[in-house]
Design a protein around this ligand. Structure first.
Ligand SMILES: NC(=O)c1ccc[n+]([C@@H]2O[C@H](COP(=O)([O-])OP(=O)(O)OC[C@H]3O[C@@H](n4cnc5c(N)ncnc54)[C@H](O)[C@@H]3O)[C@@H](O)[C@H]2O)c1
Ligand SMILES: [Zn+2]
Ligand SMILES: [Zn+2]
Length: 361
């Protein structure tokens, strides 16, 4: 029997989100219904609500979640009812060209549930990133459920489902940060602070945090930044060079995603260094650069989707590190809120008051 639950829906571009009844079908073959325990509010949810990602309204928001598998459909063997899982938006297919050549984190045929969740009148909902977890329960592809150690609280575990994984992975997977590297991170929200935590985990010797908000710089220090730069106080590139012996950083991560921050990243890295773009730009943004600088400075210019993570590899490992006290996921949870408080959480995100507001059930 389909179930009716409460979910946070963005009905139209720019309109405040509403908590409305959502119909969740029984899981079909390869699908699972998951009872959500916690779901973080990510900037990407706000991008959806503002029409920045697509026009497929109404959206069921929420995509950074952990919970308990309630039921599975036919043919599901990797997870079962009762399993504690983190939801992911990269259920790899195993068969596309990227998967076959051993780079499944670039899979271009990732799985989502094939049945839609709907409003009570039958209107299909577009689930944010194929998840839609600001709801008591959600329907996903079973491959979107990654089992992890249930000793971790859902508030911490769920964060790996999007922003924190994106930041950690931008440093560890995409940026390839290693022992002794210098790293600069521009924008220290949830994603940027996770990149800082990732750089520390990977053994970076200098970690420079850059933000326009001094509260974020304090948080960045707590998570491992060795130097902080107030971007409103002067030239960011010079400031990064000043604390890296004049060279610039080996890896610079842009966790804002604007042309001006990307250019700062480009020039704040040392020769042959790596730029990682993990902040998401909007369609009207363009970039102009002297091509000679691109050539002459060498190195690598990369983007990081979801931290180039492989959920089945990375989530259980990172939860183990968390349980060992080596990855401070709890430090990202600024507040826990109710399902009716998502709109207020967007305001707090806008004002920079929080790293992560996490909805709990
Ligand atoms: N690539 C991915 O897979 C992925 C996944 C999740 C989120 N994201 C994106 O990452 C970005 C950051 O997400 P978040 O949740 O951390 O957002 P956030 O709003 O919490 O953080 C953004 C931070 O950037 C700072 N900032 C803004 N302008 C700046 C500037 N000019 N210079 C320096 N700092 C500046 C803000 O003060 C804030 O601390 C968003 O664009 C989000 O959509 C990407
Ligand atoms: Zn694939
Ligand atoms: Zn997200």
């Amino acid at each position: 029997m389909p179930q009716t639950v409460s979910g946070v829906v963005a009905r139209e571009k720019g309109a405040p989100v509403e908590v409305v009844p959502v119909v969740v079908p029984d899981p079909g073959p390869g699908e699972a219904v998951v009872a959500i325990q916690a779901c973080g509010v990510c900037h990407t949810d706000l991008h959806y609500r503002e029409g920045g990602i697509g026009d497929n309204f109404p959206y069921l928001l929420g995509h950074e979640a952990a919970g308990i598998v309630e039921t599975v459909g036919g043919g599901v063997t990797d997870v079962a009812a009762g399993d504690f899982v983190i939801l992911n938006w990269r259920a790899v297919c195993g068969e596309c060209r990227a998967c076959r050549r051993g780079r499944p984190w670039y899979c271009f045929n990732t799985f989502n549930a094939s049945q839609p969740m709907t409003l009570e009148d039958g209107t299909p909902l577009s689930a944010a990133l194929g998840i839609g977890a600001f709801a008591d329960k959600t329907l996903v592809h079973a491959g979107q459920c990654t089992k992890v150690d249930p000793a971790a609280p859902a508030t911490a575990a769920g964060l790996l489902g999007c922003g924190v994984m994106a930041g950690l992975g931008a440093a560890i997977n995409t940026g390839g940060v290693g022992r002794g590297d210098s790293v600069a991170v521009i924008g220290c929200g949830g994603v940027g602070c996770a990149a800082i935590a990732g750089a520390r985990l990977a053994g970076a010797s200098r970690i420079v945090a850059v933000d326009v908000d001094v509260r974020k710089l304090e948080k960045a220090r707590e998570l491992g930044a060795t130097h902080v730069v107030d971007a409103t106080a002067g030239d960011v590139v010079e400031a990064v060079q000043a604390v890296t012996d004049g060279f610039g950083a080996d890896v610079v991560i842009d966790a804002v995603g604007r042309p001006e921050t990307w250019k700062q990243a480009f020039y704040a890295r040392d020769l042959a260094g790596t730029v990682v773009l993990v902040g998401v730009p909007t369609p009207e943004m363009t970039l102009e650069l002297p091509l000679l600088d691109v050539f002459g400075r060498g190195g690598a210019l990369k983007s990081s989707w979801y931290g180039d993570c492989l959920p089945s590899r990375d989530f259980p490992m990172l939860i183990d590190l968390y349980l060992q006290g080596r990855l401070p996921l709890d430090a990202f949870v600024s507040e826990t809120i109710g399902v009716g408080d998502v709109e207020a959480a967007f305001d707090k995100m806008h004002r920079g008051d929080v790293l992560r507001s996490v909805v709990v059930w």
